[in-house]
Design a protein around this ligand. Sequence first.
Ligand code: FES
Length: 146
Amino acid sequence: MNRIFRQVRYISLRSRSLSGHSEGQQNNLIKLTWKRLKDGNSITTDGWVGMNIMRSAQRAGIELEGSCEGVCACCTCHVILEDDVFDALETPEEIEEDMLDQAFGLKETSRLGCQITLTKEHDGMVVTIPAATRNFYVDGHVPQPH
Ligand code: FES
């Protein structure tokens, strides 16, 4: 019994990297650079493949609202993407376009962060966060990330 326990523990410890992430987590990590138009600062963080841009921002401690929790009922997760990233995405659904029409500082490459799922191809991309958001969902409500 003790031998089995030691083997399981050994395998478990081996699967962890020095940074504290398991190999599975490491494989799902990419780098994202967040450019804030509010103050002109940029910061690079981890991003998580399979997670949407809004949740990845929140998980990395980046200030990006998501008042409707990602159900496409607000525009507080509005981000501006690089041309090539934007062009590679599927066309937004009509509901996303309707919400984007309400967004502050709309650009040709604007999208809702909650509607874009990160992939390995997004590694190294720059996500621009507009200087302001228009929160009409619940005034002032900023949900905590899960
Ligand atoms: S969080 Fe509301 S549309 Fe993205």
